[in-house]
Design a protein around this ligand. Structure first.
Ligand SMILES: N[C@@H](CCC(=O)N[C@@H](CS)C(=O)NCC(=O)O)C(=O)O
Length: 328
């Protein structure tokens, strides 16, 4: 059986709207040493793509929390390739050597050629998507979790005894309700909203998605005109989640996904906020614009059949931003 990708017709409702399937591996790593998956240095490995907004937010958390020594990671190649000779599935693959593509690395654990192989190693009867991120347990040789919203929570709170940056809390108790509420509409209207625009198969669902997307961005612009971050003066998980969409927006989503009403650089607060977040070192190193641009324009053959990579706008996210104006 060939596992679906986002281009698969089964992932669309009868109205032609994209319906993103839920991740399958949902175990939790815990700080409790007696749990099934205790937080231990050297035990877990993160497989990610720089191109994928969901996977690369895990990498940002790993960097920000200072977990680089405790949790190893590997970056896949930017563009989907055939994953088996015997069927037509295309998905994430590893390079054969470190020199094949800048930023991508061979699988150091099993010499796997594809992410699919890892799913098949973890489960013999798996029928879901072969998606990244994959949080792998080297000891039990299995996937702990492949849902980024849960992986970032584990990185935030469960590894503090071995993290270099244990005091950074991106999901603080007093802001949890507010973060959850913001995440909900930002995910639906903006993070996944851009995908709903890009993969819509009928005009109606596209029109609805693009309206909701720009209403959502207008709402963020309004919040960020009054506050430094989405939840006030504290950087939180909600900001990292929004950032991963904003950094892709002008170079990819505006063109490739037809998110064309406005660019992020036309929103003064959103643009300066994107620059501020980009300039935080753990976030900078989670962004690779080459992988991002190549992935979307070349891998999504259903919406860009000739694989032409659109010219990049002239954007410098390293240039000065104005967000210090909120410093008290
Ligand atoms: N629920 C997942 C979604 C991850 C996801 O959709 N990843 C995409 C890349 S952006 C993927 O790996 N797709 C491969 C496929 O569909 O075959 C998460 O947030 O972790």
């Amino acid at each position: 059986m060939v596992t679906p990708t986002l281009m698969d017709p089964k992932l669309f409702s009868e109205t032609g709207a994209l319906v993103r399937p839920a991740a399958v591996f949902r175990s939790f790593i815990s700080r409790d040493p007696n749990s099934n998956f205790p937080a231990e240095a050297g035990r877990y490995h993160l497989y990610v793509s720089y191109a994928c907004p969901w996977a690369s937010r895990c990498l940002a958390f790993l960097n920000l929390k200072g977990l680089g020594k405790a949790i190893s990671f590997t970056i896949v190649k930017s563009v989907y390739e055939r994953t088996k000779d015997t069927d037509d599935h295309k998905g994430w693959v590893f390079p054969a050597s470190i020199s094949e593509e800048d930023g991508a690395q061979p699988d150091p654990l099993y010499g796997a050629k594809t992410i699919r192989e890892l799913y098949e190693l973890a489960s013999t009867n798996y029928t879901g998507r072969f998606s990244v991120p994959v949080l792998w347990d080297k000891k039990l040789k299995t996937i702990v979790n492949n849902e980024s919203s849960e992986i970032i929570r584990m990185f935030n709170s469960e590894f503090n005894e071995i993290a270099d940056n244990p005091d950074l809390d991106l999901y603080p108790l007093q802001l949890r309700a507010q973060i959850d509420e913001i995440n909900e509409w930002i995910y639906n209207d903006i993070n996944n909203g851009a995908y709903k625009c890009g993969f819509a198969q009928k005009q109606g669902p596209y029109d609805e998605a693009v309206t909701n997307l720009f209403n959502g961005l207008d709402k963020c612009e309004e919040i960020l005109s009054k506050e430094r971050y989405l939840c006030g003066d504290t950087l939180t998980e909600a900001d990292i989640r929004l950032f991963k969409t904003l950094i892709r927006f002008d170079a990819v989503y505006a063109v490739h996904f037809k998110c064309s009403k406005k660019t992020i650089r036309e929103y003064p607060n959103l643009f300066n906020y994107t620059k501020e977040l980009y300039q935080i070192p753990g976030i900078t190193s989670s962004v690779n614009m080459e992988h991002i641009r190549k992935h979307y324009y070349i891998s999504h053959t259903g919406i860009n059949p000739f694989g032409i990579i659109a010219a990049s706008p002239d954007l410098d996210f390293s240039s000065p931003h104005d967000r210090d104006r909120f410093t008290k």
